[in-house]
Design a binder for this molecule. Structure first.
Ligand SMILES: [Zn+2]
Length: 428
């Protein structure tokens, strides 16, 4: 059974230091490659799906979170405000800044900053941004419970008529990403407030507005039913401002957690007084659909590490090709292959005889998808086009292949983002 914390340290992906604090892991170069590849993937998929990316700061004035309702309903999970002293805006009170607990308030402000016609809707606003959660140190561990979170977030500002279709499309986007990443959803959950929590209980964990909860819940049920997705309702798991659809995953020990979410929100558009100009020339209130495809980058990478046991698919692998000259006599040809691969945008390394015997170097590179061995035989065939002996991570040996062909094949595999390393029939 794979534990991402152990593998993360062994494979030099990430680590923590008590001097920087619990729940605040840092990413080593190989880990940063994996997360950046994942982030690039998400942005690409979002661009194709009509999202527009924005960027907003990781902290804001306390007032912003008072408007959003976080201050009243979510402050237990927030870091205490930073008091800067002095009147920030010329008023008598001191200025307080808060590490943000979510991206929604900034996105509502960005929407609000320009006027919008119904013709521009849906406006799909996305950001991979930082947010913070004041978890107690006892529950922190690895990448799954952290205090600094990088969230793959988006908010779709749309008309009421568009909300169900937008939420459905978000669920489809999640399903597509799971297929590309090899992630399996164990179940879908409709997360509702605790008994009575949304029914006028007031204050506390949830916004008190029974009509709001009823409408949003009905729409989410419609989304799930129209998508043909079986689900279970769970009380006490809703966001403070509304119900949500949670896509649940499980770790190798069977422990469940939420990776992706889709929400339909009537609350924040009210609080931020958002509107669009309708065909009648009058102001109307948009609906906000909150959605996250892969959830936090931290949790997603933790899951991928455990899922693949560190043997990432080609497109996520920190090193995609290792070049292994048998002796110093083949160094020149090995360097030519290395540069050919680097020029094609591949992540390639050369491990020469100074790194030990060929067997030891092959073992050291056991998680690298492709190993290109260049011995006397391959070097002698130089005149026929620079042959290399290819070994795959899974033990298959497709044999001697021209260097140019190998590089083209790997680049094609990386671009396709599939799990397959080689055309099955070609490998022996
Ligand atoms: Zn949100």
């Amino acid at each position: 059974m794979h534990d991402h914390r152990r593998l993360g340290r062994e494979l030099d992906l990430f680590d923590t230091d008590p001097r920087s604090g619990a729940g605040l892991p840092y990413w080593l170069p190989d880990g940063a490659i994996v997360r950046h590849a994942l982030e690039e993937y998400v942005r690409e998929v979002e661009r194709e799906a009509g999202y527009r990316h924005v960027h907003s700061p990781v902290l804001g004035k306390r007032e912003l979170y008072e408007i959003s309702g976080h201050w009243d309903h979510y402050s237990d999970d927030m870091f205490p405000p930073m008091d800067l002293g002095g009147g920030g805006d010329g008023d008598s009170g001191s200025e307080q800044l808060v590490l943000r607990p979510s991206l929604c308030p900034h996105h509502a402000l960005i929407y609000r900053s320009r006027s919008h016609s119904y013709r521009e809707l849906p406006f799909r606003m996305a950001e991979l941004g930082g947010m913070y959660r004041a978890e107690l140190s006892g529950v922190l561990g690895g990448l799954t419970r952290v205090r600094a979170i990088h969230l793959n977030d988006a908010h779709i500002f749309c008309t009421l008529d568009q909300a169900v279709d937008e939420a459905r499309a978000a669920l489809q986007l999640i399903a597509r990403a799971y297929a590309d990443l090899g992630i399996r959803a164990v179940r879908h959950r409709l997360s509702l407030p605790s008994e009575g929590g949304g029914e006028g209980a007031g204050g506390g964990k949830y916004v008190a507005d029974p009509e709001l909860w009823r409408r949003a819940t009905a729409l989410l049920r419609e989304v799930l039913d129209a998508s043909g997705i079986p689900y279970e309702a769970a009380e006490g798991e809703a966001a403070f401002y509304g119900p949500k659809i949670d896509v649940q995953i499980a770790d190798p020990a069977g422990r469940e957690s939420t990776l992706s979410t889709v929400q339909i929100d009537f609350h924040q558009p009210e609080r931020f007084d958002l509107h669009y100009i309708g065909p009648d020339g009058a102001k109307h209130r948009p609906v906000m659909v909150h959605r996250s495809i892969i959830g936090s980058v931290e949790r997603a990478v933790a899951h991928l590490i455990e899922q693949h046991g560190g043997a990432f698919p080609v497109w996520l692998a920190p090193v995609q090709l290792v070049v292994l000259p048998v002796s110093d006599a083949q160094t020149e040809q090995a360097e030519r292959l290395l540069h050919r691969a680097l020029d094609q945008g591949l992540r390639a390394e050369l491990a020469g005889p100074e790194h030990g015997t060929l067997g030891a170097r092959v073992r050291a590179a056991r998680l690298v998808p492709y190993q290109a061995v260049i011995g006397e035989r391959e070097a002698a065939a130089e005149a026929e086009g620079e042959l290399v002996a290819v070994r795959l991570r899974d033990g298959r040996k497709p044999g001697a292949v021209p260097a140019a062909e190998l590089v083209t094949r790997i680049a094609a595999r990386a671009a396709a983002r599939g799990p397959e390393l080689w055309d099955g029939r070609d490998a022996r």
